[in-house]
Design a protein. Sequence first.
Length: 101
Amino acid sequence: MRDYGCGYDFQIVVSDKQIYAIEIKGFLEDEGGILITGKEWEAAGIMKTDYYLVLVSNIHKDPVITVINNPYEKLSPKRNLQTVIQISWSVSNKQLKNFLM
């Protein structure tokens, strides 16, 4: 589901009325912090008990899986606001006239 930008990695559809969302985060070691995108946190807040955060730790040695149901109610993440600089390029109408018919 990550290709759809909906705020979680996997979706389990049980029926027309029951959908579960699963977001997976991994750690190379036994423990660590995670980054949660705005979209992920928004989806967790909307879906509440139908949203699961799955933590996979110790990936290279002996993986351990921890499941947190309804992370929106159980976790208190610190909000980080970032300003992003975006570069765009423009081509003028005058320059394009030679190519347009």
